[in-house]
Design a protein around this ligand. Sequence first.
Ligand code: PEP
Length: 254
Amino acid sequence: MGHRKSFVAANWKLHGSRSQLERFTSQCTERIDEDVDVVLCTSHVHLGFTAELLGEQGRVKLGAQNVSQHRHGAYTGEISCEMLVEAGCRYVLVGHSERRRLFGETSFIVAEKFAAVRAAGLIPILCLGESGAARQARRTFEVIAEELDIVIEKNGAMAFDNAIIAYEPIWAVGTGKCATPEQAQEVHSFIRSRLAEDTPVIGEKVRIIYGGSVTPANAQDLFAQPDIDGGLIGRASLDGEAFLGIVEAAKGAS
Ligand code: PEP
């Protein structure tokens, strides 16, 4: 890590109840300080409740896991950026691999969502990652470049000012098989250079976090890499102690 402030986000996916949220938020708000930016991404239904639990404490920020690219209209079941703002959200995951893979989100739609999120004053956490097959075929950089470039083309590199990028190899998400620190560092460095080619200051500033089977046991070595600025945590974030262990590792690395 280095001069960029560490960033750790919890992605609760299709998990969690009010009582779990009560436990988690009281555990975290007591023990997290301002050395690390921490975000909790709950289900849409739980956002308002979580915002109330987090209150004014400011240590853990609220995030959503998905959003519509549309502002309003006949899009049954969708949630707009303005609705997320009203619910108290600051961050939104954009282009998580589960959204791309299971719900048909193309890179074009992801770029549109990124634009909508920026326009509403929210902070996107843009997820990028290659499949196991693409890695085996040595196409990792090609896939990452395709997913990133379309967002830069539509929004400009300056739109990454203050945004977060999450490198999440699909083969590592939810599989228990974490990338090695070297594998992750190589891709993080590639992403940073690609943004820097366009706008050097953004390449230097943007925080790039790693996601994919991060645990308290492997977090420290990952976060020690120069271009890894924290983590996006799925399964381990459902356990308050495990999540706090990962936050500690990020703090130690900043
Ligand atoms: C994720 O959901 O973004 C994720 C990285 O999940 P896990 O930590 O379970 O691999």
